[in-house]
Ligand binder design. Structure first.
Ligand code: PAF
Length: 281
């Protein structure tokens, strides 16, 4: 796998791939790669494209007191894992490379959508995400970019940004990858202690309970939330921040659940914040 640390190196590699007639598929990540990321790489490669992955822990999307400093990082292990999959180029800029003046005065914001759900608990988070993704899209100029469904709100915001700001890129959203017991893969799972790891499965159990009730004929969205919350309450170590049934395109609270309604959840387990969601079928 080739490496680029600077924007100039990246642009030159992108030019080379274009001259060779390749399409470009892009997977932005914050590193500490796990099987979920690796599947995104596989999915990017399935677009028959030159695959570029970025690893950049973006300070702009962390609030004061959040875990920017302590976000798990392991550059060598990441490079090794990327090498084992079909990544052609790994872009690993430093903070000074993407934010030479220390930050960004101009931000991409999406009021309304970015204040809901996670945005309520992480003010400014999605401004940071959209801004860095816009920058990365300008640098990479991908034909397609792949994101994970676990970060459902992020994927929705990026799809909106691409439509509203006329980015010429297809957004491909890949299903959430789970452990055998259902826990969604996340770089932050590494922080869970043994009992926290066991407790964390309650998020998935709660989503499954909502799905079963829906399949059994319960279409009142408020009732589905109650059913899922009751399952969560069986594991007091899991403290929900939100659990909501929402409309998939607006994130407005659903009144009547239908196929496609999303049950979204964020909870704190020990000191770790976990998110997950389920699209009702
Ligand atoms: O999902 C992530 O890892 C990040 O939010 C992203 C999209 C790489 C932007 O920093």
């Amino acid at each position: 796998v080739k490496r680029a640390h600077t924007r100039a190196e990246l642009r030159s590699a992108v030019r080379g791939a274009r001259q060779a007639g390749r399409r470009i598929a892009f997977v932005p990540t914050m590193g500490f790669l796990h099987e979920g990321h690796l599947r995104l790489f596989d999915r990017a490669a399935a677009h028959d494209a030159f695959v570029i992955a970025s690893i950049f822990v973006n300070p702009l999307q962390f609030g004061p007191g959040e875990d920017f400093e302590h976000y798990p990082r392991d550059a060598e292990r990441d490079a090794e894992l990327a090498r084992g999959r079909a990544v052609d180029l790994l872009f690993t800029p430093g903070v000074g490379e993407l934010y030479p003046s220390g930050g960004s005065r101009v931000l991409v914001v999406a009021p309304g959508l970015s204040d809901r759900l996670c945005g309520e608990f992480r003010p400014g988070h999605f401004d940071g995400v959209l801004t860095v993704v816009a920058k990365l899209f300008h640098l990479v100029e991908p034909d397609v970019a792949v994101f994970g469904q676990k970060d459902m709100q992020q994927a929705l915001l990026i799809r909106r940004m691409v439509v509203d700001l006329d980015f010429d890129v297809e957004i491909d959203v890949a299903p959430t990858v789970r452990e055998v017991d259902g826990l969604a893969l996340s770089s932050r799972n590494v922080r869970l202690g043994e009992s926290e790891r066991r407790d964390a499965v309650a998020l998935h159990d709660a989503l499954q309970a909502a799905q079963s009730a829906f399949a059994g004929g319960e279409h009142d969205a408020g009732q589905l939330e109650k059913i899922a919350l009751a399952v969560l309450a069986r594991t007091p170590a899991v403290r929900p921040q939100y659990l909501e049934a929402v409309e998939p395109e607006t994130l407005e609270r659903a009144r009547t659940a239908r196929a496609g309604t999303v049950i979204a959840i964020a909870a704190i387990v020990g000191g770790t914040r976990l998110i997950d969601n389920h699209v009702l079928t």
